[in-house]
Write a protein that binds this ligand. Structure first.
Ligand SMILES: NC(=O)c1ccc[n+]([C@@H]2O[C@H](COP(=O)([O-])OP(=O)(O)OC[C@H]3O[C@@H](n4cnc5c(N)ncnc54)[C@H](OP(=O)(O)O)[C@@H]3O)[C@@H](O)[C@H]2O)c1
Length: 301
């Protein structure tokens, strides 16, 4: 355990990729974790938030639940607002009342992504979709309700075992011999859900427990396009002996993608320099984390 004491940690969003991984991580680290998935705690229902949190004693809340589907958010902005803004603001109020640490998860999509390079925390949020606008507003409401004490952990392009994501979908198609294509002109920084827990430990129960405000949490390395992310996934999987029937990925432009209802920002790969300096060590490259993930969850035994 990073800190000395066993903490009582609430994870909201355990049905998701990040919440599932974090609940397991902090349990294995020896903390007492109470996890809520959507059926147990619906963020759109204030009375349920109260019913779940009021009787509980807790030292920290990791708030990972969100309406994360960009196109659904565009179609249902009221629901997006309830889940991504109003629910988190209420949870933050409970944390303040209890003197509990709050780590609230957000996204690289709060940046407008208008120019190449790495986004750092000093850049203002300039969201270009309903999802991103509600996440940015959620960040501010959470900070307001905690007097700036909450940590806003912005993550990007998360992969992990608790819910399939882009590499899993690519490999499923590659195994089946289906045609592969991916957008080649939109960039971010892939991030392992399995690395997040280790980075977060000092912020939960260690020397960084009082750090508040916005902080980018992502692996290191070169920004990826969906296309290069896919190519790296397929190449690593082939090297690890995953049987693939198709390994060529056709590049396609973001502009020509008619399936999207919500606008996607282009250059949102984040700098993790501030995280690295706080941790005293740089997060490992995403390619190294991805290889480990593929070896563990996709390669033949
Ligand atoms: N994954 C990424 O690439 C990525 C990138 C940038 C930022 N983020 C941020 O990271 C955080 C965690 O994301 P994730 O990857 O774990 O997303 P996820 O896998 O989509 O999980 C989100 C969870 O929130 C739950 N949820 C949705 N509506 C809810 C509601 N009304 N009440 C309670 N729970 C509700 C979902 O329930 P169901 O299980 O029923 O769907 C799901 O389990 C989010 O804040 C997200 O914005 C993620």
């Amino acid at each position: 355990m990073a800190g000395s004491a066993r903490m009582r940690i609430v994870v909201i969003g355990t049905g998701g990729r990040v919440g599932g991984a974090l609940a397991r991580h902090f349990r294995l680290a020896g903390h007492a974790v109470v996890g809520f998935d959507r059926t147990a705690l619906d963020l759109t229902r204030p009375e349920i938030i109260r019913d779940r949190l009021e009787p509980l004693a807790f030292d920290a809340v990791l708030l990972t639940a969100a309406l994360t589907n960009l196109d659904r958010a565009e179609e249902r902005p009221e629901e997006a607002r309830a889940v991504n803004v109003e629910g988190p603001a209420l949870v933050a109020g409970w944390c303040t009342a209890r003197g509990a640490r709050l780590i609230h998860f957000s996204t690289d999509y709060v940046y407008d992504g208008a120019r190449p390079g790495l986004r750092d925390e000093s850049e203002p949020a300039a969201p270009v979709s309903v999802y991103a606008r509600t996440k940015a507003e959620g960040e501010e409401r959470v900070l307001e309700a905690t007097g700036g004490a909450a940590l806003i952990a912005r993550v990007s392009w998360v992969f992990g075992p608790d819910r399939p994501s882009f590499p899993d979908q690519m490999l499923e198609r590659a195994r089946a011999g289906a045609r592969l294509e991916a957008i080649a002109d939109k960039f971010s920084m892939p991030t392992s859900a399995l690395d997040l827990g280790g980075w977060l430990e000092p912020f939960v129960d260690g020397p960084l427990r009082n750090v508040g405000g916005h902080l980018n949490f992502c692996n290191s390395g070169e920004p990826a396009s969906w296309h290069s992310y896919g190519e790296t996934t397929v190449a690593l999987a082939a090297e690890l002996g995953v049987p693939l029937r198709c390994t060529v990925i056709e590049p396609k432009p973001l502009d020509g993608t008619t399936a999207f209802r919500a606008r996607r920002p282009v250059h949102t790969a984040m700098s993790n320099a501030r995280l690295a300096s706080l941790l005293g060590t740089a997060p490992r490259p995403w390619t190294v984390a991805l290889r480990e993930y593929l070896r563990k969850y996709h390669a033949p035994a």
